[in-house]
Design a binder for this molecule. Structure first.
Ligand code: NAD
Length: 483
């Protein structure tokens, strides 16, 4: 049964450059594909070099004006944009399902969290306090004040097209920066809705501009410009390294939110039902395409069989289908690349003696559906244990010794999230102290909220999104020394 959310038509998408909205009919376009059936649902206009020059020309003056607007007034616009997102949430969620494939419930939740983030930022931007340092001289004043960092180039991906973009545009606008965003061409409809929410909330022209097109051309063009003072990117390590190199030429500030390959450590004394509940829920959410998702399962050998049996039973309850269908709890993968990656992981695991105890196959031949998959008897040299999975595969390995499993967990080049399950307080402390990750959880799959900082270590990137840190990333400190 399909969800009754009104017409499931895909919106017309425009480029937003310098206060102009440029329709697809005026530019070359690329197709937007519905991952549930492979059909073309829409078209996204491709920015030309002239469009990018126009965006760069507009962003500097827009920044100069916007930074003069008081935090009080910026806060009002940011909060209003959040309210608009909530009003339009069903429409936006439908668009997101059509271009990304996730379930309607997941898409709606993402829109709501994006609106919550704006509420948080609307509050927090009014509290970007400076400080007073006692002067060494009579009547001297030494002040530290916060200023917006300047025009920002933001690049956001397709897996969480609302939240990943909002974690960049939201704090940039709240801090008093202007921003040129290039969102994924695979999910442009959601990004365009976010632009519309800010526009309709009264954000002045040119403060938030939105472009799509050739990723390489756009990033090279924008990042070569001295007008841009900050780069922010969410996506793969490969692209993150490339963009950071481009930004280094003009010494731009950088925030990088890259991949993860989260270890899940389930200890001898863990509550297995809780671990299964939390980790199966997270593993298959958004078809596993979340950078924070559980990725490498390490289960104490004494609880291994029990965990596998219960985890498989939970995974069998996942209902795979079109994200607009009410019954569906897991949609298709977002694109053919992810489908091929899952097939490659499974083939590698089979060739090395892993047991596919659930799933392992594409479903049907339309769209990019893949079975919830559980692989047991895996070794750490399997590809699925070495590379970020970004899909609905759970590889489950054994461990016997705590020091050894910490070493194995830390052996990855990535360090975004880690999940631990234990009823022993001392073990919890050892694990949370020694695991190399930006976030370690104990007995929960809960990750980040608008008020908490989220970011990785090692090749998972640097800087934070969310929390006070997520706003500070768009501000710089100025020292004022007065005698
Ligand atoms: P990819 O490496 O081709 O692209 C990753 C992202 O970067 C995409 O959103 C893409 O549009 C963008 N991109 C690519 N080239 C760019 C350029 N020159 N300039 C600016 N942006 C550019 O990989 P993919 O197939 O789209 O995604 C697969 C991998 O990416 C996953 O395995 C996962 O590791 C990673 N990823 C991570 C996140 C995250 O939330 N951290 C999100 C999406 C993808």
């Amino acid at each position: 049964m399909m969800k009754n959310v009104g017409p499931t038509t895909y919106p017309e998408i425009f480029l937003a450059v310098g206060g102009r909205e440029i329709p697809p009919s005026d530019r070359e376009v690329s197709d937007v594909v519905n991952p549930a059936d492979g059909a073309v649902v829409g078209f996204v206009p491709q920015a030309t070099d002239a469009d990018l020059d126009a965006a760069l020309a507009a962003t500097g003056p827009a920044y100069e004006e916007w930074k003069q607007v008081s935090a009080f007034d910026r806060s009002t616009i940011v909060r209003r944009a959040g309210a608009i997102l909530r009003e339009r949430s069903e429409r936006i969620a439908t668009t997101m399902v059509l271009e990304n494939g996730k379930t309607f419930r997941e898409a709606l939740g993402e829109v709501m969290v994006s609106a919550d983030l704006l509420d948080w930022l609307a509050d927090e931007c009014r509290r970007s306090y400076g400080r007073v340092i006692p002067s060494r001289f009579p009547h001297g004043r030494v002040l530290v004040v916060q200023e917006p960092v300047g025009p920002v180039a933001a690049f956001s991906p397709w897996n969480a097209p609302a939240l990943t973009l909002m974690r960049k545009v939201g704090p940039a606008v709240a801090a008093g920066c202007s921003v040129i965003a290039k969102a994924s061409e695979e999910t442009p409809g959601t990004a365009y809705e976010i632009y519309l929410a800010f526009r309709d909330a009264g954000l002045p022209d040119g403060v938030f501009q939105l472009v799509f097109g050739n990723s390489t051309q756009i990033s090279e063009h924008l990042l070569a410009s001295k007008v841009i003072r900050k780069l922010t990117f969410t996506g793969s390590v490969r692209v993150g390294v490339h963009l950071t190199q481009l930004a280094a030429q003009t010494m731009k500030r950088v925030t990088m939110e890259l991949g993860g390959h989260a270890p899940v450590i389930v200890c001898e004394d863990a509550d297995i039902d809780l671990a299964v509940q939390e980790m199966a829920g997270f593993k298959f959410r958004q078809t596993g395409q979340i950078c924070a998702a559980p990725s490498r399962f390490f289960i104490h050998e004494s609880r291994y069989d029990e965990f596998v049996e219960k985890f498989v039973a939970k995974a069998q309850q996942v209902v795979v289908g079109n994200g607009l269908d009410d019954e569906t709890t897991m949609g298709p993968l977002a694109n053919e690349r992810r489908l091929q990656a899952m097939l490659d992981f499974v083939a590698d695991a089979k060739s090395r003696g892993g047991k596919i105890v659930l799933g392992g196959n594409q479903i049907g031949d339309k769209g990019f559906f893949f079975e919830p998959t559980v692989i047991t008897d895996v070794d750490d040299d399997f590809e699925v244990m070495r590379s970020e999975i970004f899909g609905p595969i759970a590889p489950i390995a054994r461990f016997s010794d705590l020091d050894d499993v910490i070493r194995r967990a830390n052996s990855s080049d990535l360090g975004l999230t880690a999940f631990t399950f234990t009823e022993n307080e001392r073990t919890a402390r050892i694990l949370s102290d020694r695991i190399e990750a930006g976030l370690v959880t104990v007995n929960t799959g809960g990750t980040s909220l608008p008020e908490t900082p989220f970011g990785g270590v090692k090749q998972s990137g640097y800087g934070h999104e969310g929390g006070a840190e997520g706003l500070e990333a768009y501000m710089t400190k100025k020292l004022i020394n007065q005698l």
